[in-house]
Design a protein around this ligand. Structure first.
Ligand SMILES: NC(=O)c1ccc[n+]([C@@H]2O[C@H](COP(=O)([O-])OP(=O)(O)OC[C@H]3O[C@@H](n4cnc5c(N)ncnc54)[C@H](O)[C@@H]3O)[C@@H](O)[C@H]2O)c1
Length: 482
């Protein structure tokens, strides 16, 4: 389905690029002017957007009939899945009815979590990589919770919806454009929810900053940054059948962009008033990656594709920019970056959390800080002001379950908040916090960055996955019963 220009066409495109640049530099009054964008589109690589079949409608704001007791089947019980099982045992009105993994020992171990929680044991499914097919077909399941390796996500997700189940899939839920469109089309056809389990949007700092942005503290947000910088040497050997290093070895591009994309896209209201138009990627050479693979496999690896460090830039319809980085091999401190930059303020998560704000915005803040009059945006606000801001703008979900989330845990509690919200919305028949178009946008960075890299860092059109409805909903929000 993926359609890109041939090499011959690209040569032509390159000369058009040179022309377009000279036209822009002579005639444009601003880098985000309409004419400039149109010039850029003349040489941008386009992928095919499948036509929405007649009668099929989008799933913006999709709701389901309330589900009193949510029956969940968890597929994939390696390092990640059992934490979800544990979190689900802490949510009233949830039953775990099936546990599935290729490996019997993993389903048995996950069942002990239910036993310890005083819950009935779930039916176990194990044995081979097709066993999940029996689970999606079960009649007594409302939600399939999928935490398998990346390549099996979309196949399981599509079939789960066809079998009449809602589906929640770990990150990234899809690695190719074909898989992304298959998930969108199946969700639209079956009217079943398809949510990506992107936990980082529920991190205390990110979700509070989102609230601050929505209350206007940063003014108009113009630029955002996100990343997955995590040296994974402690983990490589533990992945089932080496799926993760193998994927990095065989694929160029940002293969894990959703942690960076999710929080920034929510702040920027992507497909809720704005949309991403274009993407450009650049990567370093593969250097540490092949060394790690060679050490692990005991032989020299010469075909390793992923650059050690990949950077992707995205531009939106409203003229905003996003920068996303990926590096899982360099010895660096963990970072998701998370920078939100607006015309009145700035938020920063890594390496230190902080806010820089126009002092006039702090006048009404209930704080004892004596220097409040001397603040300016050239430095971060003092610690007590930061803490006062985090308290004042604590979002509703953290007010309600923030303390419980810390106790249950899972990446500091954000995993529990995500799973709680998923169950709460399904049980109450509310739209989920993340829809299939969020999944598509955050996952699409992987195949689109690969296309850009493979074609000399060319701009690639970012598809409108809503197919014309990106401006129907105004602003991102989480829905509650009252
Ligand atoms: N959001 C986060 O913070 C976070 C953290 C860690 C992992 N993850 C994601 O969770 C997913 C799983 O990662 P992991 O670290 O647990 O990997 P893992 O290799 O430890 O576990 C994967 C499990 O899936 C099972 N599996 C594979 N194919 C299957 C199939 N066809 N049917 C049934 N079971 C199958 C394997 O037996 C294995 O137990 C990945 O998508 C990963 O990116 C997300």
């Amino acid at each position: 389905m993926k359609k890109i220009f041939t090499t011959a066409k690209l040569v032509m495109v390159s000369s058009m690029f040179a022309m377009a640049v000279s036209v822009v530099s002579c005639g444009s009054t601003g880098s985000s002017s309409k004419s400039n964008e149109q010039e850029q589109r003349s040489y941008t690589i386009k992928t095919e957007i499948p036509v929405r079949p007649a009668g099929q409608k989008n799933v913006l704001g999709l709701t389901n009939a309330p589900i009193e007791t949510l029956r969940v089947a968890v597929i994939g019980l390696g390092m990640r899945g059992p934490g979800a099982v544990a979190a689900l045992t802490n949510i009233p009105g949830v039953e775990i009815v099936a546990l599935c993994d290729v490996l019997e020992k993993n389903t048995k171990k996950a069942n002990t979590i239910l036993e310890k929680a005083g819950m009935p044991k779930a039916k176990e499914f194990f044995g081979d990589t097709s066993i999940w097919r029996q689970v999606t077909a079960l009649p007594n399941v409302d939600l399939i919770y999928c935490a398998t390796d990346w390549k099996s996500h979309a196949t399981i997700g599509v079939q789960a919806m066809k079998d009449g189940k809602h589906v929640a899939i770990e990150v990234p839920s899809a690695m190719t454009l074909d898989d992304i469109w298959a998930l969108i089309n199946t969700s639209e056809q079956t009217r079943k929810h398809c949510m990506q389990l992107e936990n980082c949007v529920y991190d205390t700092f990110e979700i509070t900053t989102l609230n601050m942005a929505q209350q206007g503290l940063f003014g108009e947000v113009i630029h955002g940054e996100g990343a997955y910088i995590h040296e994974l040497s402690g983990f490589w050997k533990s992945y089932w059948e080496d799926w993760r290093l193998d994927f990095n070895r065989k694929n160029r591009g940002d293969v894990y962009a959703t942690h960076g994309m999710g929080p920034i896209c929510q702040v920027m209201n992507i497909h809720r008033g704005d949309k991403i138009n274009v993407l450009v990627a650049m990567d370093s050479k593969p250097h540490r990656g092949p060394q790690i693979a060679s050490e692990l496999y005991g032989e020299e690896v010469t075909d390793y594709k992923a650059g050690d460090h990949t950077t992707t830039m995205l531009k939106t319809e409203l003229g905003k920019t996003i920068q996303i980085q990926h590096d899982v091999v360099s010895p660096r401190p963990y970072s998701r970056m998370y920078q939100v930059s607006g015309d009145k303020g700035f938020a920063n998560k890594y390496p230190v959390t902080g806010f820089a704000l126009d002092a006039t915005d702090l006048k009404n803040l209930d704080t004892e800080n004596p220097d409040i009059e001397n603040l300016n945006a050239h430095g971060f606000v003092p610690k007590d002001v930061k803490e006062a801001l985090l308290e004042k703008y604590k979002p509703r979900i953290l007010v309600e379950i923030g303390e419980e989330a810390k106790k249950v845990g899972g990446h500091g509690g954000m995993d529990f908040v995500m799973i709680y919200r998923l169950a709460y919305c399904l049980k109450n028949g509310l739209p989920l916090d993340m829809d299939v178009y969020d999944l598509a946008e955050w996952c699409a960075v992987t195949p689109l960055s690969a296309i850009s890299l493979e074609n000399g860092y060319a701009p690639v059109e970012f598809p409108d996955f809503t197919r014309g409805h990106w401006n129907d909903v105004k602003g991102y929000k989480q829905v509650f019963v009252d």
